[in-house]
Design a protein around this ligand. Structure first.
Ligand SMILES: C[S@@+](CC[C@H](N)C(=O)[O-])C[C@H]1O[C@@H](n2cnc3c(N)ncnc32)[C@H](O)[C@@H]1O
Length: 354
């Protein structure tokens, strides 16, 4: 867990990122000044910036409404002067990708948010090191990969631009897509492609990958996958159909970054950290992730964890979470048209019960 230093590495021109379900997630976080918020997946910082802006707007409104009349008129005269930056680090941003944080350093002032390079599974430690014991406002997690990561060919996430078989979100990790593609046995490979990619032709894909070894680049892999997958109709990047390598690349990315393994720990710890009235908002892009969030929310909402047939409850559990979204919120047609990535997004939110 390392705190990222300010960086002048300007990758802003590579930034082509639209935050998914932006206003829905900020509304559900119920942002109120004076409380602490955590964005556990900073990415390109879109949601984080939104939280910071909402807080500073509220603080300005409070400051204006509590100023004596004389000062108010003086301020009116200097209208147009930018507001002073916020000075309370009431916002913490976490990402396991230090490049994302370097980029966000250029968009967010040091006084506006504390940026921490960590896995969100270490959220308790992050909160402790920030000198806090609870999170009073809310926690947001917008899971998966960012378009910024996909757009950098050298990161190896893209099947459309050539790069090494990498796909590590955290570049300090040694295990990469190269290891899975070139070293895992055919059955294990087919299983993750089926389970994490929901690729029905996973066996053919795995067989052809094993036969084509060694594979070194993303385009080599995409070519092998594309000829293994039979799809009705031809892929055309201007139509809504997905590229034949989409599912396999998604599966490899999830496996390289153990995306499902850490999610349960994160959800449990995030809910534990919330103060009464604080909220957890989670955006998922995969049915396995969404199911995990749904079941986890239900578990924390249930007042009893005894086996279903047990006549009298003796587990001592109590309901900790009020589920706010009975059904997941999805992107509307306008957002899906503007941002294809939002088509599979599902947002769920809960509030800690006191
Ligand atoms: C979809 S992007 C977030 C985009 C962001 N909400 C925005 O508006 O720009 C997901 C980010 O989560 C990060 N991430 C994924 N798994 C993580 C984990 N276990 N711990 C910390 N960060 C993680 C990725 O590195 C990526 O930058």
């Amino acid at each position: 867990l390392t705190q990222v230093q300010a960086s002048s590495d300007d990758q802003a021109d590579r930034l082509n990122h639209q935050s998914v379900l932006y206003s829905e997630s900020l509304d559900l976080l119920n942002i109120r000044s004076g409380l602490t918020y955590i964005d556990a997946t900073v990415g390109a910082g879109g949601h984080l910036k939104g939280i910071v802006q909402a807080l500073s707007q509220q603080e300005q409104e409070i400051a204006q409404s509590t100023q004596p009349a004389q000062t108010k008129s003086a301020e009116t005269q200097s209208a147009g002067t930018p507001p002073a930056p916020r000075t309370i680090a009431g916002v913490i941003g976490i990402d396991r990708d230090s490049r994302s944080l370097d980029l966000v350093r250029n968009r967010i002032q040091e006084t506006e948010a504390l940026l921490v390079h960590a896995n969100y599974t270490d959220i308790k430690e992050v909160v402790k090191q920030a000198g806090l014991s609870t999170v009073t406002g809310g926690i947001l997690a917008d899971l998966g990969v960012s378009s910024m990561q996909i757009d950098q060919p050298e990161r190896g996430f893209s099947f459309q631009k050539d790069g090494p078989l990498d796909m590590r979100m955290d570049e300090t990790q040694s295990f990469s897509a190269y290891d899975i593609v070139n070293k895992w046995d055919e059955k294990k490979l087919a299983d993750i492609i089926y389970q994490y990619g929901e690729e029905r032709q996973s066996r053919a894909v795995a067989r052809n990958i094993v036969n084509a070894r060694p594979l070194k680049t993303t385009l080599e892999l995409a070519e092998v996958v594309s000829r293994s997958v039979r799809r009705p109709g031809k892929y055309n990047r201007h139509t809504q159909s997905i590229h034949p390598a989409t599912r396999t690349f998604q599966a490899l990315r999830i496996a390289v970054n153990d995306e499902l393994g850490g999610l349960k720990t994160f959800l449990d710890e995030a809910i534990e950290l919330l103060a009464p009235g604080a909220r957890l908002v989670v955006i998922t892009f995969h049915s396995l992730e969404d199911r995990m969030v749904k079941q986890n929310f239900r578990h924390h909402a249930d007042a009893c964890h005894c086996p279903p047939r047990q006549p009298v409850c003796n587990c001592g559990a109590k309901s900790e979470l009020l589920i706010i979204t009975k059904k997941p919120i999805i992107a509307d047609e306008k957002e899906v048209l503007a941002n294809m990535r939002s088509r599979s997004a599902k947002l769920r939110a809960g509030e800690k019960i006191g």
